[in-house]
Design a protein around this ligand. Structure first.
Ligand SMILES: [Mn+2]
Length: 489
């Protein structure tokens, strides 16, 4: 994993205007990068005022090579003939954003003359630059507006987070304990395709190795993590031994993940050989630290959970492994209830979670697993599902409005989130099922659909967005055309 992350600012110009203009362009570009960095989630580093094909190729080679460079932001202060960009941009392997801005906000009525026009012609230069990227069919983000505008900084910051998600994806290693749940289709997928497209290294480790690691955890290690649990969560059980066993599991899983550089893991209740409990609290507390998790062997949702977390605040944002469980279909007052057998991340909790222990009806549990129970936050969110369509990956994102659960459900022994899918619950379900979306998703309050669209573009995979405006008819047509387009690609 790369600890340092930054973005590079490359400004287009040419030698036509003379030294003085180029010096002005450079000093302004430095000022802009410095000022923008103050309100962006990652630093924007000024690199070069590009005047030749050689300079552009050099900076692109460097950007490709440097692990800390998560993307390139380009802007043309003056006209910058774009044939000089062909060799460089053709070689670019990092996410690319075209910031179509200009240094001055307003046209200076009295001062404007031909010197001003030559220096400040981004409207002209950015069109030339945009044509070339279009001609190269380059995946890119275009952001327009004055560089000091809040909306421009927010868009750029949001794109940066998507690019960090792309970097995390390329570094992703997923640890699998056990195979997929028997007979389940949607959690399957082509791991070679996932590595080619997304960079994920998805491999398996023996449950027996984990059991040995669990056995080697010391009481002192458990004491320390148990203390942390009690600081963060209320204890609503007398079964302290069950909580301590979850701590033991968490420590063992974390050691194995960190030793192998894995940022996500998947397990299955059908293969817990030698373990007393399905990891519940253990998986939940690991997720709160930024690790991804997928149940029933779902390595795709495990990696996606880690990626969406990395795109949020502090690279471990409010995103959680989620499952659509059951509906409330009261006419005019419909909701989805999301939960899981145990493993929902407490980063999405509305209040302080409680640790509870309850029997678990299915799986290999010898003892009642400890888990965190809480209600999810209210607010706008998305659910995202990555499915393997055979020959390509499809990311399906649906806008949702989470609410405080409309009933207490005192006998439900797991964390729960209640929401209304867009455009409405019933149509939303029709659209989701039409698109082939899974029951497992990542639910995120931190990551927007636009960020996921940017991420899907960076990874060159299909993106389907179900919004307030989506109808089953339009969606069906869109999926049909996309299917043809992706087969031709
Ligand atoms: Mn599940």
């Amino acid at each position: 994993m790369s600890d340092k992350r930054e973005f590079w600012f490359v400004v287009g110009s040419q030698y036509l205007y003379g030294e003085e203009v180029l010096e002005t362009v450079e000093s302004r570009a430095r000022e802009m990068a410095k000022e923008l960095s103050r309100s962006l989630p990652y630093p924007l580093i000024y690199k070069v005022t590009a005047k030749t094909a050689g300079e552009i190729t050099d900076v692109v080679r460097e950007a490709n090579y440097r692990g800390e460079c998560c993307g390139v932001v380009a802007w043309c202060h003056t006209f910058s003939p774009s044939k000089m960009w062909i060799n460089g941009l053709s070689a670019l392997q990092k996410p690319y954003c075209h910031l179509a801005t200009q240094y001055n906000r307003e046209i200076p009525d009295k001062e404007i003359d031909m010197d001003f026009m030559n220096l400040n012609q981004a409207a002209h230069g950015d069109r030339e630059h945009g044509f070339l990227a279009a001609r190269l069919r380059m995946p890119r983000k275009v952001i327009a507006g004055h560089w000091t505008d809040k909306s421009v900084r927010e868009k750029l910051g949001s794109w940066m987070r998507s690019a960090v998600g792309a970097a995390v994806s390329r570094e992703m290693k997923v640890m699998r304990f056990g195979d997929n749940m028997r007979e389940v289709a949607v959690t399957e997928g082509d791991k070679v395709e996932a590595q080619i497209k997304l960079g994920w290294q998805v491999n398996t480790w023996a449950v027996g190795d984990l059991v040995r690691e669990i056995g080697a955890v010391t009481e002192a290690e458990i004491d320390a993590l148990y203390d942390e649990y009690t600081k963060l969560y209320d204890t609503a059980t007398d079964d302290i031994a069950a909580i301590r066993y979850q701590a033991r599991e968490e420590i063992a899983i974390k050691k194995m993940l960190d030793r192998e550089g894995c940022r996500a893991f998947a397990n299955t209740f059908q293969d817990l050989y030698g373990m007393e409990q399905l990891p519940g609290l253990a998986a939940q507390h690991l997720m709160s630290q930024g690790y991804g998790f997928g149940a029933e062997g779902d390595w795709k949702v495990a990696a996606m959970t880690a990626i969406l977390k990395s795109m949020g605040e502090g690279e471990k944002g409010a995103s959680a492994f989620m499952e659509d469980y059951t509906y409330h279909l009261e006419e005019g007052n419909e909701y989805s209830l999301g939960a899981h057998m145990l493993e929902v991340c407490p980063s999405i909790a509305a209040d302080r979670p409680r640790i509870e222990t309850h029997p678990l009806g299915i799986g290999m549990n010898e003892k009642d697993p400890a888990r965190l129970v809480f209600e999810g936050k209210a607010g706008k969110a998305v659910v995202a599902s990555l499915v393997d369509m055979g020959g390509r990956l499809r990311l399906i994102v649906q806008d949702i409005e989470a609410v405080k659960p409309i009933m207490p459900m005192p006998n439900l022994p797991v964390a729960r989130v209640m929401w209304r899918a867009m455009p409405d619950v019933v149509t939303g379900v029709e659209c989701w099922i039409t698109a082939g979306g899974a029951h497992h998703t990542v639910l995120s309050y931190d990551v927007s659909a636009e960020q996921l669209r940017d991420w899907a573009r960076m990874m060159d995979i299909e993106f389907v967005h179900i919004t307030r405006e989506t109808t089953p008819e339009k969606l069906e047509n869109e999926l049909f055309l996309a299917d043809l387009a992706w087969k031709l690609k």
